[in-house]
Design a protein around this ligand. Structure first.
Ligand SMILES: *Cc1c(COP(=O)(O)O)cnc(C)c1O
Length: 449
């Protein structure tokens, strides 16, 4: 007990947590998680909860997977870190090859980094320099969508369109042209997906007709605006955007940091629409949720624009100290092997169908609005049964729901006015039922309180 108190005190005194109002830190008994096992985490007091946020959307096969642990330990017997600037190493080489074998066709070149935001930064810089290297100096601006989220570094948040997270840094951001959020457009059209897709593509084409000469690239999240609250696009947005970008000579970047590695029910959402992006950003599930690793995959023709005699200085000037860390690469390689061996995706598709079925219960409840789902991720909006509106921002009622859920054994987090469900891909049918039941009870109890 004394040790626990000491840790809590030090945490409060020294640890500045991300996306956290530290003035309220500790109010809702934040867990100090000491260990994980399979789909569960345990705090320092031994309390257990199902990890229904996949440790921020990245865990794939559960915690302490014997194969992933062994791959990490085996690499640790060799070396923990060496640089890939002017050298290479076996796990990095094998992983680069492995990723190109599973990625959409033509993505033959892999640039490693550490986090999703950085995979986007790398895509931004590659795209910008691609046109510079080709002598197209007039290509200077990016095209993105409202409510996009691509990470929190200055470049990635320039592309983001989230007033709450991104507005305060507006004066630092590079200028970006914006299209409407496909999901919001669909809401305005009474939920008509086909009309929304056609209308969105029309607005893209209008924009490209006007300014494609100056546009470097369009960037879209893969199939869903995740951080904006799990807002799925109408089907066809990605395929249509890819086609228009090709026609108007604008690069197409797809950010599958959240949707990639099985979350959509296929390995990459791009497969579902037959899309071959020019650049693909990957992160989160790439290392099975073990270590910070990300990658930007490029089409051969993009890569080729960086090849020139040394003296022309056309190489890609980018890199970090820990780029392609061997431990992270070794565990990511084993993650790919697990995907290949276990036919994980067919069980993921069964869980996706089960989740869809189970979510229907929330549609008629007085304390929730219609849930949203994309693959194995969902958001259930919390509503005040008196009046049916969201609770005011700052009321933190969503946090109170999550605290109740955790006490009942399910670890969840709010996102805006919703509670999100993003379990590891290894979640079982019984665990999906448990998540839905505990969430429903917690919402009912909290809104009655
Ligand atoms: C999480 C996320 C990012 C940022 O990844 P980090 O690893 O948190 O930097 C970028 N894009 C999308 C779509 C994401 O969901």
């Amino acid at each position: 007990m004394k040790k626990e108190q000491e840790l809590r005190d030090w945490d409060r005194r020294h640890f500045w947590h991300p996306f956290t109002q530290m003035s309220c830190w500790g109010d809702d008994d934040p867990w100090i998680i000491a260990r994980g096992e399979g789909n569960y985490v345990y705090d320092i007091r031994g309390r257990k909860a199902l990890d229904a946020i996949a440790s921020l959307w990245c865990n794939v096969h559960g915690h302490r997977h014997p194969r992933l642990d062994a791959a990490l330990q085996a690499q640790l017997q060799r070396v923990a870190h060496t640089t890939v600037l002017g050298a290479s190493h076996p796990p990095g080489i094998r992983l680069a090859k492995g990723l190109t074998e599973i990625a959409p066709a033509g993505l033959e070149r892999v640039f490693f980094s550490e986090d999703g935001a950085e995979a986007v930064e790398v895509a931004v810089k590659i795209a910008a320099q691609y046109w510079q290297n080709l002598g197209r100096k007039d290509k200077r601006r990016f095209l993105s969508v409202d409510d996009a989220y691509h990470g929190d570094t200055v470049g990635a948040s320039s592309l983001g369109g989230f007033p709450l997270f991104h507005g305060v840094y507006g004066h630092l951001h590079f200028p970006v042209e914006r299209l409407p959020s496909p999901w919001l457009l669909q809401q305005r059209l009474q939920g008509d997906a086909e009309a929304a897709c056609a209308s969105w593509l029309q607005s893209l084409e209008d924009r490209l007709r006007k300014s494609s000469r100056e546009i470097i690239a369009l960037i879209l999240e893969g199939g869903v605006q995740g951080a904006a609250g799990i807002l799925p696009y109408p089907r066809g947005i990605l395929a249509g955007a890819a086609e228009l970008c090709r026609r108007y000579e604008v690069l197409f970047i797809v950010d599958e940091v959240a949707s990639g590695f099985g979350r959509s029910g296929s390995l990459f959402y791009c497969e579902q629409e037959g899309v071959r992006p020019d650049l693909l950003a990957l992160g989160k599930g790439i290392s099975g949720g073990y270590l910070p690793l990300a990658a930007t995959l490029a089409q051969e023709q993009i890569y080729a624009a960086f090849l020139a005699p040394f003296g022309e200085a056309k190489q890609f000037y980018y890199g970090h100290t820990y780029t392609a860390n061997p431990l992270a690469c070794a565990v990511a390689l084993e993650n790919l092997a697990l995907f290949a061996e276990n036919d994980l995706l067919s069980s993921v598709r069964a869980r996706i169908a089960q989740l869809q079925q189970g979510l229907q219960r929330f549609a008629g409840m007085p304390f929730s609005a219609a849930p949203r789902q994309f693959g194995l991720m969902a958001a259930v909006p919390l509503r005040n049964p008196q009046g049916g509106n969201a609770y005011p921002y700052g009321d933190r009622r969503e946090y109170a729901v999550c605290r109740r859920a955790r006490e009942a054994g399910v670890y969840l987090r709010p996102l805006g006015d919703s509670i999100v469900i993003v379990p590891p891909l290894s979640v079982t049918a019984a665990e999906i039922d448990l998540i839905l039941r505990v969430l429903q009870d917690s919402m009912a109890e909290e809104t009655a309180a």
